[in-house]
Structures are given as C-alpha cells and as structure tokens.
Design a protein around this ligand. Structure first.
Ligand code: APR
Length: 247
C-alpha cells in the first residue's frame, strides 16, 4: 500500500492536509469522539456553545482551563513533525486543521489554516476584540473587555457559530486546487471541514485518509490507511525522501 501510494502521489506538486483531533491523540490530547473521547465525559451543548457560555460562563471556563492545563506539557508527536516534512517536500502545501491545540505551529508547519481558532487565544464575547491573557482565567471572576465591558471567552469556534468567511474561502480554494488531499485523524462529521475531502475529490485530487477507524468519507478515499498517524506519516515521508535521493 505504501509503495503504491508513494508512486501515485510523488509526481504531484500541490498537497493539502486536513487534520482533526486524531493527529494529537499520540501527544496525549484526548479526541472528542470515539471511546476515549472527551465528549464521553462532557456534552458539547453544555460546554462548547455561546448559549452555554452565557448561561454558565464559569463551567465553560473551568473546562477550557482544564484543557489548557492538559496541553501544558503536551508536545508535537511524529505525525505533526512528518506533516512539516511534507510541507518541505511538496512544491505547494497547505495544512487545514480543526485542532485548537497549537501543536502544528510548535512542529513548525508554516502554511496553516486554523478553522476552529486557537485555545491559547481569548476574545471579547461581545465585540470580538482579541485578548492575550497570560495566566488562567478565574471562572468566578471572568475578566471584561476594556473596550465594551463584554465577558472574555476562548477564541475558538463553538457549535452553531459561523466560521470566519475568509478562512473558509481559503480552505475551499486550497482543497479545490489540490493534486493530493490527505484527511488525517478526523471523524469527518463536523462541517464545513467534513466536506473538504469531497470538494478535493470532485476537483480531481487523489484523496488519502489516515484514520484508525472508517469514517463517512472513507468511501471516497483513493487510499484508506487504517494506521495511527504518528506511525504512518513518518514512514510515508521516509519513502518520499528516498525518491529525492534516487533522483
Ligand atoms: N491516528 C489517526 N487517527 C486517529 C488516531 C490516531 N492515532 N486516534 C484517533 N483517531 C481518529 C478517530 O478514529 C476519529 O475518527 O481521529 C478521529 C477523531 O475524531 P473527533 O474526536 O471527532 O475529532 P475531530 O474530527 O477533530 O472533530 C471535529 O468537532 O467537536 C468538534 O470542534 C471540534 O474540531 C472538532 C470537530
């Protein structure tokens, strides 16, 4: 499978990679869905929505403080680093991530589209002004915006919220123009991210899914690799580099 995949994708120039929580699982960051998923203990509608924040800002901040603490000692894993190597290997490369953990940045990938924001950024819930707040937010004393007095919230996209249209347009543009599109570690159930593999496929890309389980886009993938991303992607980049050395 690896040999056939390398033979198929090596002549191409434009690569797009879409990642989800699965790419960070081997760094110790729990995924949302699946057996060990975060949602097992929590319900999204109780935590990751604007109405939850307006009703219970303390509970929402407790959850985000817990997630930030969880990520304090978390490092990129070989899957993140392999994606940075892929960026160097292909002439044109875009990473589209649904993750808010910042691990792709730490692994020095450069062209990143963060679809769902970044857990280390905060913003005003009313006027959207962004805030860099270094220390943890005290859930019982949530800071206010110095411009409009609105409550400060995490700068991540919550269920039911619109994504920044410029970010979405860029993600669709790159997917439409990809020669090779990787879907890595995502359950492909949350839109609009989940429609990107189909968009790429419909525009003629070779679609490669790397996921330990099947998903709703497995049927359209040219290759489904049922492996952990942190194990498979380093093998892939090793084979691609061999082609370079063989000239
Ligand atoms: N390697 C590859 N795939 C993995 C690994 C691994 N080591 N571990 C888990 N997976 C797969 C699971 O099989 C699952 O399909 O990663 C996927 C993780 O799916 P989710 O937990 O649903 O995460 P994601 O797809 O990123 O969720 C999308 O939903 O809750 C919202 O905003 C949140 O960005 C998130 C969005």
């Amino acid at each position: 499978m690896l040999e056939k995949l390398v033979k198929t994708i090596s002549p191409y120039h434009r690569c797009v990679v879409l990642t989800g929580a699965g790419i960070s699982a081997e760094s110790g960051v729990p995924t949302f869905r699946g057996k060990e998923g975060l949602w097992g203990k929590f319900k999204p509608e109780e935590l990751a929505t604007m109405s939850a924040f307006m009703a219970n800002p303390e509970v929402v901040w407790e959850w985000y403080n817990w997630r930030r603490e969880l990520m304090e000692n978390v490092e990129p894993n070989p899957g993140h680093w392999a994606i940075s190597e892929m960026e160097k290997w292909f002439d044109e490369f875009t990473l589209i991530t649904q993750n808010v953990d910042g691990l792709h940045r730490l692994a020095r990938t450069r062209h990143i589209i963060e679809l769902h924001g970044n857990i280390y950024r905060n913003k005003c819930a009313d006027c959207n002004q962004s805030f860099e707040i270094k220390d943890d937010i005290d859930p019982n004393n949530i800071p206010r915006c110095d411009k409009c007095e609105g409550k400060i919230r995490p700068d991540v996209v919550w269920f039911g919220e619109m994504l920044d249209s410029r970010i979405i347009d860029e993600a669709f543009y790159q997917s439409e123009h990809a020669d090779v599109f990787f879907s890595v570690g995502t359950s492909a159930v949350v839109h609009p991210a989940a429609s990107l593999p189909l968009v790429a496929k419909n525009h003629g890309a070779v679609v490669v899914e790397v996921n330990i389980e099947e998903t709703p886009i497995t049927y359209l993938a040219d290759f489904h690799i049922p492996s952990k991303s942190g194990e498979f992607l380093p093998e892939l980049i090793k084979e691609l580099k061999k082609i370079d050395s063989e000239g």
